[in-house]
Design a protein around this ligand. Sequence first.
Ligand SMILES: C[S@@+](CC[C@H](N)C(=O)[O-])C[C@H]1O[C@@H](n2cnc3c(N)ncnc32)[C@H](O)[C@@H]1O
Length: 270
Amino acid sequence: MPQTRPYDFYARQYERFNAPLAAEIRAEIYGEDIGQQGWRSMREQDEIIVLVTNAPGFHMADIACGSAGPSLSIAANTDIHLTGIDMENHAIAEAERRAEQRGCADRTDFIVADCSKTLPLEDARFDLITCIDAILHLGDRTARLNDWARTLKPGGTLFLTDAAILTGAVSKAELDIRASQGGFTFAAPGVNEIAIANAGLQLLDTRDTTEEAANLARRTHAARAARADQLVPDEGEAWFNARQQFLETTADLAASHRLSRFRYIARKHG
Ligand SMILES: C[S@@+](CC[C@H](N)C(=O)[O-])C[C@H]1O[C@@H](n2cnc3c(N)ncnc32)[C@H](O)[C@@H]1O
């Protein structure tokens, strides 16, 4: 990806997020467009929904939420309160627009903040924290999990995914392509489990979602390739090609289980 600063990728991605073509591509990749991106399958969305109690006092946080489409679709269909945080202005503006559109703006708040630092949120506030495919951008996993555990209520739940678990031999060239979207920290198997325990959380369930990620990367590559004539004039040829190379490498690394994605559900002691 051509880069002038670390997060140019996300800034440009969110500028285009609301375009009809982007929505059409999401519908083709995921089967339904709820404003999702990356490696979040509909199965995973259903797993999150199961953790939500539909009550006005229930408070969910989505860390590095992007434009928060999937979390907003939960908030819009329940009475819960949602807090979303991301460092990208365009993503948060799009999240606020979607909240208005879905009629749940009075039960949502969105914050522009750097989630690689201590969150600007009080202790024991949330019943559920989700962080989907972003912890790899946030540096020290142990420090992040300690801080997030602080903001969970006793008995609260963390739903975390990590797509940067190094489970095989990966070349420097492949790593450079996979990590081309900004700051990126790979982790050895077991690192998240230790960080979760050190944060005082009990790991309830782990699932290897690498195959799902490989499929979504392949589907995204194919959906974009089929629309190259519409995407290239907007994205530019260099960007389009770099994005396709990123998706191809991501799919290869996942399909061969050399770079894995895991989903963790953990609970703060009540
Ligand atoms: C792969 S996207 C996932 C977005 C969202 N969680 C989802 O599932 O759609 C990664 C997100 O992390 C955000 N991000 C990266 N570094 C960040 C940081 N230091 N602080 C806050 N957000 C960050 C990006 O802006 C982007 O929205």
